[in-house]
Design a protein around this ligand. Sequence first.
Ligand SMILES: NC(=O)c1ccc[n+]([C@@H]2O[C@H](COP(=O)([O-])OP(=O)(O)OC[C@H]3O[C@@H](n4cnc5c(N)ncnc54)[C@H](O)[C@@H]3O)[C@@H](O)[C@H]2O)c1
Length: 254
Amino acid sequence: MPKTPDYFQNRTILITGGASGIGRATAMIFAREGANVIVADIDAAGAEATAAEVRKSNTGAEAIAVDVTDRPSVDAMITRGIEAFGHIDFLFNSAGAAGRRSSFLDIDAELWRKTYALNVDGIFNTMQSVLPHMIENNHGVIVNIASMAHRRGGPGHSTHYASAKGAVVTLTMGVAREFVDRGIRALSISPGPIDTAFQAISSPELKQRMTDDVPMKRMGTPEEIGEMVLFMCSDACEYMTADTVYINGGGGFR
Ligand SMILES: NC(=O)c1ccc[n+]([C@@H]2O[C@H](COP(=O)([O-])OP(=O)(O)OC[C@H]3O[C@@H](n4cnc5c(N)ncnc54)[C@H](O)[C@@H]3O)[C@@H](O)[C@H]2O)c1
């Protein structure tokens, strides 16, 4: 929660992947706090649906179709977002996916390339595009979604994805430390299994193994990630930057 109760009013968050799952839940949490929300997603109709829900909280919302792997599309999103609300205070990069599960020897060039394009190029593009604006304002918070998979390596099914999320943790740390004296903070979140459309690629057996291995014996909810994004962006979190935070029901998934 913010230290100042109305801290988020008239501030603006841009959320990639805002049409679904963690991004959508986070949009609703920021709307609850009175923030304007720019909902960006490759799923234009989904982004519009989230924006319509946000507006019901009487806060501003703008839906933008974007492909985070495509730099011109990302630059256009940032320009339009700034035009809509005058400033972007927070960037939350939730767009991401594992593509499909695959053992290491079966990962083909296309799965490897697409996984890195979405999960790594995506955050490179959005961070590099928004940072000049945040530096000009001498303020900005960036939160990127990594995954607990980067601690485990994803043996047997997700080494492509786990290693890409490792890059998310490292890139976030580097950006945070490079711009620490320009009013910028950057953090990543490393969730355990969260109950969203993302898990559609996991077999029932894999899902069971994941939840069995979590001490709390359940998947997390997208809202449980969104509340952490809110805290990280708030004035209650001003000494925290660069690191990743694990939200995983106590650990798990070997
Ligand atoms: N759900 C989990 O178990 C889990 C665990 C750890 C990390 N994560 C990460 O959390 C993030 C959010 O995932 P989620 O669980 O909400 O999944 P989700 O599938 O519900 O949401 C992902 C969103 O990203 C969007 N997207 C995909 N490609 C895009 C592109 N090129 N440009 C713009 N948007 C694009 C999708 O349309 C979708 O709306 C992802 O980065 C994922 O890797 C999820």
